[in-house]
Design a protein around this ligand. Structure first.
Ligand code: ADE
Ligand code: ZN
Length: 352
């Protein structure tokens, strides 16, 4: 916490501009979840892929989800238009362009290779197209963009291991592994060996846990997979002992408020437990998850969450942005530079 900024000098009506302009990190974004309906149709045409929907409006109308699985079914179908390295570059660069415009300095991006290799797409088409987009974002805007390879937890550990092995010729193009897809019935311990192997290779580890699954899944992600961040983790509040542990270990939670409402984890944003998690001293961050499907990119997540929750003000905005930088896998020097920029941004706002 920064003790030199007088947050009380920043009135509520200035929050939206502050949230938009503050430098921030995004640590929970599935690149396939940034595939906008317009791009789905453009790529379908370019690649000769047949879609189940006649047009963008009909596809968008199908984006009404009752839980995680109802979303995943449509999300995997949308990704079927991604075939060539160029498609992955276009997808990654379109996201990074939006993120740069939203003052994202650091993006750690998930991708799901098994969604593509299952359709016969070589894994390097995804890895090389996306890593090229990351390098281009650095050249254009000085953005720090890195990739995290996610395993689909509804598939077997042997398939996850084969995916990791297939990716190893391009080991330098990604910084970690993650675990996503259907959470219920697929506990983290199913992937103990592949996470141990990834760790031995020097890769970071993160896992979705406690989105729909119970607190025990968060504990298993920590104890068995030895992850360094928990993606979502909102159901941790059901276990006070776990909340205490997450605070003590300063374990980051990459929370995605709009996603949680769209997938019915919370009925409305006003019911979201983000203020409770922050008040418990947890290292909470704000992220977009699958912005093309859930109603907005990272700034929209900040804006709508702060508008819905009166407990969130300028101090919380600072804390959330700072947590994002601290929880990233970037170097200590990069983190210090971004936090310095954040401090200056809030100091200026408090002096205005
Ligand atoms: N894949 C894409 N978005 C996801 C989410 N919110 N939970 C699990 N898997 C996902
Ligand atoms: Zn996610």
């Amino acid at each position: 916490m920064n003790h030199t900024i007088d947050f009380s000098r920043i009135p509520r009506e200035r929050l939206p501009a502050l949230l938009r302009t503050m430098p921030k990190a995004e640590l929970h974004i599935h690149i396939e979840g940034s595939l906008e309906p317009e791009m789905i149709f453009a790529l379908a045409q370019r690649n000769g892929v047949k879609l189940a929907y006649p047009n963008v409006e009909a596809l968008r109308a199908a984006y009404a989800f009752s839980n995680l699985q109802s979303f995943l079914d449509i999300y995997y179908a949308g990704a079927s238009v991604l075939l060539h390295e160029r498609d992955f570059f276009d997808l990654g660069f379109a996201y990074l362009e939006k993120a740069a415009a939203e003052n994202v300095r650091c993006a750690e991006i998930f991708f799901d290779p098994q969604t593509h290799t299952a359709r016969g797409v070589p894994i390097q088409h995804a890895i090389l197209g996306l890593s090229h987009a990351c390098r281009r974002a650095h050249a254009e805007w000085g953005m720090h963009a890195r990739l995290i390879l996610c395993f689909l937890r509804h598939l077997s550990e042997a398939e996850a291991m084969a995916t990791l092995e297939a990716a190893l010729p391009w080991r330098e193009q990604f910084i970690g592994v993650g675990l996503d897809s259907s959470e219920r019935g697929h506990p983290p311990e199913k992937f103990a060996q592949v996470f141990a192997h990834a760790r031995a290779l020097g890769l970071h580890g993160v896992a979705h846990a406690g989105e729909e699954g119970p607190p025990a899944y968060i504990e298993a992600a920590l104890d068995v997979l030895k992850v360094e961040r928990i993606d979502h983790g909102v159901r941790s509040v059901e276990s006070p002992a776990l909340v205490q542990r997450l605070a003590r270990e300063r374990m980051p939670l990459t929370v995605c408020p709009l996603s949680n409402v769209k997938l019915c984890v919370f009925p409305t944003l006003a019911d979201h437990n983000l203020p409770e998690l922050l008040a418990a001293g947890l290292c909470v961050t704000v992220n977009s998850d699958d912005p093309a499907y859930f109603g907005g990119y990272v700034n929209q997540n900040y804006l709508e969450t702060f508008a819905a929750l009166p407990a969130l003000g300028a101090r919380e905005a600072y804390t959330l942005a700072r947590n994002g930088f601290e929880a990233s896998f970037a170097s200590a020097a990069d983190k210090a530079r971004w936090i310095g920029e954040l401090d200056a941004h809030f100091a200026r706002a408090a002096a205005a």
